[in-house]
Design a protein around this ligand. Structure first.
Ligand code: OOG
Ligand code: NI
Length: 271
């Protein structure tokens, strides 16, 4: 599988459970925009069978290089971002992992049981990142248990390996000079944005401004019954030039900390 095929598979899987992303994408295209992706984000647990080191392999084999590293103390997350060595148009990849050793022994045991229950060969699949939940994610009780401690862990249990979000490269849009303009257009068209930490995260001085929709609600069939669970969101990023004139390429941990909350059940209830 080459890079283009991988990215389009990730998009297809994402659009399937995130109809709003497809609608926003189409709405901008109808306006005459050509959509480019700033980055794609992926989540995992730091268990050494499926951690960042395992998930990054596919991307490194396709020409990506590890760049920035980010720590999220209160969410117990660690993340790395990757840039393509030669293709300037390739989206960045942002992979985060839950630091299990910092979580409660009960959460650690639950995640270990989930992973132990899987056919271990599946973890070695080169395209693990496309495989969704290789475990049986059908217990609402497990979802609720994880949710009480970590929204990230609960999301990961239900949705697994896939793109958590795509991000529109706002610099490449012709009709929007600022992220404020794009946000206003989205809100005028009825879309709700993640307001945690303000609708725009980051400042021109930080060289990166970001906004995002709230995750769609997707029906999940648990053994206890069908329930709506936040799936994925769409993000918008505007980058500013550094002193050398080149656009800033990294991420901002304090902004990312709030972007993670776009899948939060709590925010959904305020929609
Ligand atoms: C990642 C959140 C952080 C960004 O652009 O700062 C992020 C996630 O929700 O998995 O995407
Ligand atoms: Ni992002």
């Amino acid at each position: 599988m080459d890079k283009t095929q991988l990215l389009s598979k990730l998009w297809e899987q994402y659009a399937e459970i995130t109809p709003s992303a497809k609608k926003i994408h189409d709405l901008l295209e109808q306006k005459g925009e050509e959509i480019k992706n700033d980055h794609i984000a992926i989540r995992t647990f730091n268990d050494n069978r499926i951690n960042i080191t395992v998930l990054e392999r596919l991307f490194v084999n396709l020409g990506y290089e590890a760049k920035g590293e980010y720590h999220f103390e209160s969410k117990k997350l660690f993340a790395k971002h990757y840039e393509h060595a030669t293709d300037q148009n390739a989206p960045r990849i942002f992979i985060s992992e839950l630091e299990l050793e910092k979580c409660s022994p009960e959460l650690q045991a639950t995640v270990k049981n989930i992973l132990d229950s899987c056919d271990q060969k599946l973890f070695d699949h080169p395209e693990l990142v496309l495989s969704g939940t290789v475990w049986n994610a059908n217990s609402h009780a497990t979802y609720q248990f994880l949710l009480a401690e970590s929204e990230y862990a609960a999301w990961m249990y239900v949705y697994g390996f896939r793109a958590n979000h795509f991000t529109i490269n706002t610099n490449a849009l012709k009709g929007f000079a600022t992220l404020q303009d794009l946000n206003a257009f989205l809100e005028d068209n009825g879309w709700k944005l993640n307001a945690s930490g303000g609708k725009i995260k980051g400042t021109p001085e930080q060289l990166l401004e970001q906004s995002s929709t709230l995750a769609d609600l997707h029906i999940v069939n648990f053994e206890e019954g069908a329930l709506e669970i936040p799936s994925c969101y769409y993000e918008f990023a505007l980058r500013y030039p550094m002193a050398n004139g080149e656009l800033y390429q990294g991420f901002i941990a304090s902004s990312a900390d709030k972007i993670f909350e776009s899948t939060d059940v709590q925010l959904q209830h305020n929609k």
